[in-house]
Design a protein around this ligand. Structure first.
Ligand SMILES: N[C@@H](CCC(=O)N[C@@H](CS)C(=O)NCC(=O)O)C(=O)O
Length: 211
């Protein structure tokens, strides 16, 4: 199994999942500054020329959350476990993380890291202000859930935690501050201490998402 990526949150989700499941894989780094994700070869793997891509048994899989579910399923469903009700809870937090919290954390990442640091463009302060407002509504939701549960969906750790964590990691390299959210911060530190985190990060320069 091969995972194509570069140091960014969508790739972190897949690496963390593979590591938590104890899967053997080869990590193939692509250099986005050289446009390596847009070569004809990579466009055959991903029609939009993006990462992550999982190559497994002759097939290429795209979309990070779908890849996480696939990896969990081929490993006996650990990390995506339970009846329809429990899976709905996992999916709820996968979608909440991706479509709401992650969408606005990604705005910080793009403005402060990609746009400003890498391309030297001015930060769009209006975009950051809008993202900040939404995050102030969304972080307390997760904080309240994590006050009553060790992990997002109740029960053990699931792909929802790994996906949510990968977005929240953006706070480490941007001006986002999660310190006011006690339970969210506890959950974040707990996952960060897992061996899967250091193993996943070992593939990235400076052991961190782009910064
Ligand atoms: N919905 C996709 C998003 C993939 C995506 O946006 N990948 C970014 C990195 S986080 C990328 O490859 N960007 C480079 C480009 O678009 O050229 C997923 O979850 O896998």
């Amino acid at each position: 199994m091969k995972i194509y990526g570069f140091a960014t949150y969508n790739v972190t989700k897949v690496l963390l999942t593979a590591e938590e499941l104890g899967l053997q894989y080869e990590y193939i780094p692509l250099n986005p500054l050289e446009g390596e994700q847009k070569t004809e070869e990579h466009l055959r793997r991903h029609p939009l020329g993006q990462v992550p891509v999982l190559e497994h048994e002759g097939e290429c899989y795209i979309e990070s959350a779908a890849i996480c579910r696939y990896l969990a399923r081929i490993s006996g469903s650990r990390l995506y476990q339970g009846d329809a009700r429990q899976k709905a809870k996992i999916d709820r937090w996968v979608d909440f993380s991706t479509l709401h919290m992650g969408r606005w954390l990604a705005t910080y990442f793009f403005q402060e890291i990609v746009n400003s640091k890498f391309f030297g463009n001015e930060i769009d302060q209006q975009a950051l202000a809008e993202a900040g407002e939404y995050l102030q509504q969304q972080f307390p939701v997760l904080d309240a859930v994590l006050a009553g549960n060790e992990f997002m969906a109740g029960g053990g750790i699931s792909i929802a935690d790994l996906i949510g964590f990968s977005y929240v990691q953006i706070h480490e390299v941007t001006s986002v501050d999660i310190s006011a959210y006690e339970h969210l911060s506890r959950w974040y530190s707990q996952i960060r201490e897992r061996p899967s985190f250091s193993a996943a990060m070992s593939h990235f320069p400076n052991h961190q998402i782009l910064h």
